[in-house]
Design a protein around this ligand. Structure first.
Ligand SMILES: Cc1cc2nc3c(=O)[nH]c(=O)nc-3n(C[C@H](O)[C@H](O)[C@H](O)COP(=O)(O)OP(=O)(O)OC[C@H]3O[C@@H](n4cnc5c(N)ncnc54)[C@H](O)[C@@H]3O)c2cc1C
Length: 82
C-alpha cells in the first residue's frame, strides 16, 4: 500500500482524555501535521485525586518523551493492597 502524502491527512480526535491526547501526540511525532483535538469539557484542570500509572503506561509515556516531567511530580508506590 502506498502511504505517500498520508501525513497531510486532516485528523480529528474527539476527546482530550489520555487516549485522545496520546493518540494526538503519537500521530504528531509520526509526522502527521493536521491534527485537531475536540473536547467538550470547558476546563481540563486538577480534580484533587491521584492517578496510578502502571509500568506499561510509563513505558509508553517514556517512548513519547513525556515521562521525565511526570516522574518529577510522581511518588513511587512501594506497596498496594486491594
Ligand atoms: C474514579 C476513577 C479513578 C481512576 N483511577 C485510575 C488510575 O489511578 N490509574 C489509571 O490508569 N486509570 C484510572 N482510571 C481509569 C482512567 O481514568 C481511564 O481508563 C482513562 O481516563 C480512559 O481514558 P480515555 O481517554 O479513553 O477516556 P476519558 O479519560 O474518559 O476521556 C474522554 C474525553 O472525551 C471527552 N468527550 C466525550 N465525548 C465527547 C464529545 N462528543 N465531544 C467532545 N469531547 C468528548 C470527555 O469530556 C473526556 O475528556 C480511573 C477512572 C475513574 C473513573
Amino acid at each position: 500500500m502506498n502511504h505517500e502524502g498520508v501525513e497531510s491527512l486532516k485528523i480529528r480526535i474527539i476527546g482530550a482524555g489520555i487516549g485522545g491526547l496520546t493518540t494526538a501526540l503519537s500521530l504528531a511525532q509520526s509526522g502527521f501535521q493536521h491534527i485537531q483535538v475536540f473536547e467538550m469539557a470547558a476546563d481540563l484542570g486538577f480534580v484533587g485525586a491521584g492517578i496510578q500509572l502502571a509500568p506499561n503506561i510509563a513505558r509508553v509515556l517514556d517512548r513519547l518523551g513525556v515521562w521525565k516531567e511526570i516522574a518529577e511530580e510522581a511518588v513511587a508506590c512501594r506497596d498496594t493492597s486491594i
